[in-house]
Ligand binder design. Sequence first.
Ligand SMILES: [Cu+2]
Length: 125
Amino acid sequence: MQKWAMFVLFSIACLLAAGLMLFNMPKPPVEEAAPEGMTLVKLQATSDFKFDKPEYEVKVGEKVRLKLVNKSGVHGAAIDELKIDLKDGAMEKDVTFDKPGKYKIHCSIMCGAGHDTMVSYLVVK
Ligand SMILES: [Cu+2]
């Protein structure tokens, strides 16, 4: 085989390898802080069918970024009364609550045996 052909093949192999490495690079960490003037409320869900807190508290008029983090398992977090459903590609939502109350949060993805009891509350004060 001619030298140039070897060189071309070698170059292609290198490019492919570099491409694969780039593709497999770990993604940069997701931004954890909410923008200025906003409160981040992070709901963490685990595979033992629990949210990390029995209640999450926010204030009326406060700008809140609700964010669902699946620590393990695949879950959703819905507040039917407020038409909020965090899941899949929409894991966060910015909301300003205008009515005080206690709103039920429930898992919105069928995640297993404990799904029906996977409940928490959002308390707006
Ligand atoms: Cu579930």
